[in-house]
Ligand binder design. Sequence first.
Ligand code: MLT
Ligand code: MN
Ligand code: ZN
Length: 298
Amino acid sequence: MTVRARILGAAAGGGLPQWNCGCNNCNLARSGVIPRLTQSSLAISGADGSWAILNASPDIREQLTQARSLHPSGLRELPLSAVVVTNGDIDHVAGLLTLRESQPFTLFATPGIHAVLDANPIFDAVNRDLVPRRAIALEEAFDLVPGIAARLFAVPGKVPLYMEAGEVVTDLMGEQTVGVEIEAAGKRIYYIPGCARLSDDLAARIRGANLLFFDGTLWRDDEMIREGLGHKTGARMGHMSMSGPDGSIAAMAGLGIAQKVFVHMNNTNPVHRPDAPERALAEAAGWTIGQDGMEITP
Ligand code: MLT
Ligand code: MN
Ligand code: ZN
């Protein structure tokens, strides 16, 4: 049996270009010099051809239009069986509202993330009779799609930006930010679109994986400040950077992961430019810069 992974959207929240951003990358994307990228989402399919969507981005309508294997096979028949959300961030949940047209699927998330959705009545537009909200405890095994087992596990992260109050802990371990571990046909796949740091436990977990999709938000921690686009570091946003001694490239160099793919890349990240030295460095370290529509078989 084969598992397929399709990157529906490789960009972080805002996309590339972001509607209100005039940075170099956003302008290059607007003018077609570099690819436009939609917001953070991954699709996984199993042997029976049904799909699970990991994170429902605000761009999901266009993403599904572009994905032939997710098109309706009949008047109201769609090979979509499940949606999983890995945190309550807008780029990962707003697309649920697009999926409201009486289409059955199961919505999986931790109890903590379900509580965020439950507290927002607008999500009741997604009919609970057709879309059961199934709470999955951390480390509980569940069937993502028939024949594909998955688990949600805590990764260092923070509450959604719109829920921040008082002092914010940016690398909290709990139900609010999770990764997805997928096991099928002897292959181990990880999807971790947001992660504040690589803890020893997380490194041990992903060691030797067949395929990893990982948080590629920023190249360097102060990238947005240097570009004059804001006052926040990556660390403050709950994202570890690609570069530097504590960055993901260095941290995962010795973990024996067969395929490493960056996703959730912010529009400021220089790796979006094919001729950027940063991109060459990432690729030389064995990383693939994720692209919309890219399909990967572990
Ligand atoms: C993030 O990944 O840090 C969030 O999606 C930011 C946001 O909500 O805009
Ligand atoms: Mn995000
Ligand atoms: Zn920009």
